[in-house]
Design a protein around this ligand. Structure first.
Ligand code: SAM
Length: 275
């Protein structure tokens, strides 16, 4: 009897500029799969031509992500191996990918990530700003109110902040960042892996002047707050202090422990307060 076998979804990272930045494994997988689901098939065709790969492609982008999923899942169930690629870098990082990955998990279909280029990681490691703890924010919300809320949420984070931004929105974004965050170190990583790759380093106020008219793709790496976190937290009400840690995803027990430590009091005292 013929053995039924489900296909595998490969999440394949592609270059973010320099076409040499693709792994041997990624090339092999692109050659071996039955189908490539690409964010923009014309864009990916250039890469495939460069790699001398001929392969059926289907478009899978932000606007058809949900509807395409079912068809792709069916193909996977029929035993087809599929590679998903975005226009640049790692699928799922500010690019399509999340939906099909969630569906595959629901349907118990095997997923294999094929590592490679990712703009935020490369900007971070070359920034010189601490890599120990960081928060990746993707693109800030465009809606003014949501943007303000997001900036308020992150302004006291003692972690490196990473943002993506389009060149025509950079000036505005730097102004918004300066209005909420204290003046602190920032590195603007531009055109990574490309001919005009550059790192502009300074403080938020300094960079604003230098950023006028900058073109190309960019990542912003911003230092976490300089202010002593504990001092600031002690000034909050207990409820707000609690919310601060809740937003970081901690559970009640962890939060109480943290609050007690920040305020240098016994954790039972905090526990009693919250019951
Ligand atoms: N999936 C991609 C990744 O793994 O980095 C990110 C895709 S997102 C739609 C595009 C944004 O990534 C750009 O606006 C820019 O902020 C950043 N980016 C992509 N390539 C870049 C590069 N070569 N240099 C600097 N930033 C880049």
């Amino acid at each position: 009897m013929k053995e039924e076998r489900e296909g595998v979804l490969y999440i394949v990272a592609t270059p973010i500029g320099n076409l040499e930045d693709i792994t041997l494994r990624a090339i092999r997988i692109l050659k071996e799969v039955d189908l490539i689901a690409a964010e923009d098939t014309r864009h990916t065709l250039k890469l495939l031509n460069h790699l001398e790969i001929t392969k059926p492609m289907i478009s899978y982008h932000r606007h058809n992500e949900e509807v395409r999923c079912d068809g792709l899942i069916q193909e996977l169930k029929n035993g087809k191996n599929i590679a998903i690629v975005s226009d640049a870098g790692t699928p799922g990082i500010c690019d399509p990918g999340e939906e099909i990955i969630k569906k595959c998990i629901e349907e118990k279909i095997k997923i294999v990530p094929i590592p490679g280029a990712c703009a935020m990681i490369n900007a971070l490691i070359a920034s010189g700003i601490t890599t120990k703890e960081f928060t990746f924010l993707g693109f800030l919300p465009l809606n003014k109110k949501l943007r303000k809320e997001k900036l308020e949420e992150i302004k006291n984070l003692n972690k490196t902040l990473i943002l993506y931004e389009a060149p025509h929105k950079l000036k505005n974004t730097l102004q918004d960042l300066s209005a909420v965050l204290e003046d602190r170190k920032i590195v603007l990583a531009r055109e990574l892996t490309k001919i005009h790759e550059e790192y502009i380093r300074g403080t938020l106020s300094e960079i604003q002047k230098q950023a006028e008219g900058l073109k190309g793709e960019m990542v912003l790496i911003i230092e976490g707050t300089n202010k002593k976190k504990e001092n600031k937290l002690k000034e909050l009400t207990l409820e707000k202090h609690y919310d601060f840690y809740k937003r970081q995803g901690l559970n009640k027990k962890e939060i109480i422990k943290k609050i007690a430590k920040d305020r240098n009091v016994n954790k039972n005292e905090i526990y009693q307060y919250f019951i």
